[in-house]
Design a protein around this ligand. Sequence first.
Ligand SMILES: *Cc1c(COP(=O)(O)O)cnc(C)c1O
Length: 400
Amino acid sequence: MIFLQIRWDYNTMLKKGRRREDVFNDLQKFKKMDMSYSSGRILGSMCTDPDSVGLEAYKMFIDTNLGDSGHFKGTATMEAEVISSLGRLLHLDKAYGHIVTGGTEANLMAMTVAKYLFEEQHDTMPELILPKSAHFSFKKICSMLSVKPVYVDLDCDYRMDVSQLEGLITENTMAIVAIAGSTELGLVDKIDEISEIAFSNDIYLHVDAALGGFIIPFLNNENNNKYNIDFGCKGVTSMTIDPHKMGLAPVPSGGIIFRHRHHLEKLSVKTPYLTKDKQTTIVGTRTGASTAATWTLLNYYGIEGYQKIVNDVLKLTKYTYNKLQKNQQIKLVCKPELNIISFTIDDMDVDIIKNKLTKMGWSLSIAEYPHAIRLVIMPHVKKEHIDLFINDLNQSLQEY
Ligand SMILES: *Cc1c(COP(=O)(O)O)cnc(C)c1O
């Protein structure tokens, strides 16, 4: 379809080059085919419009390469400061880590470290214990690292059933993963209880807070006391926390934080031709722009700024939840803890409803377990969008 619209002539394009104006005219056409967050129609994404201040910093550092950081000492200093700030946010005085491309890469780094540690003591196939609610990145990771996933069932609240955990630990257990803000339902595992078990069994515990990392520390006090998700729990070994979700940084911005320097150092590889003699990342050449954006946002908003962003989002989540509850046909899967709401519909196929709403211009997502329509209330979603959406939803249910 693109090709019909734009009528590319590949031969001309590759051989001669085209006028700048024509090229940019085509870019406009591509841009028009994309959805925009600001339309308020994207209700199923964990990403959002990047904050304009972060974006300005991103553009300013777009030419930097942290893979060869000897040339970019300022950017490297910013990365160290960002990691230190994220560490303190997660109750860790001295943090070791990197700003990476996202949750997948952060989780991969943590699991690679866990596997290296495991291999120092075993020559058997490593096992990774994780809840059924874990992000699909762990499927990729288990396959890439040849690790056997061992799934823990969810309890009736769709959290890891901690009562099963100890029974699944074997001498081949390489690590445990727990989730602070599950991708499908936004629920928080009982990290403190899981941490106790990991600690007493001397097992590596990774907390995936790709989403929740930029939400939970900013909840107001009455809620915040409820959650103990981070390095304040002594069994937590590493954490994923992504600036490009609720941190409002441009894509790609992920974060990986380790408690111990010697764990990050497990990834260290000598880099003979570069300005630094080693790297502790999986990728080589990597942008410093994500680091600059994150540094800027942390400094510009501070904790109080993020508290406001988070609490506005949670208020709108509650508003949406209450509106959905008014329709008797709608069954909410659980009470939202963060900014995700999932629901099924009495006697109706959620995929059909989703398709109807897609035709009406809404972009929704579907949760797998349980099979439900999933809304993510990100900062680009406003009250007026929710009102329009609920009207369209109610209408499509009547017509079903
Ligand atoms: C989004 C998400 C990821 C993956 O992050 P990417 O940035 O898409 O790689 C991992 N874990 C959780 C819990 C997530 O929500």
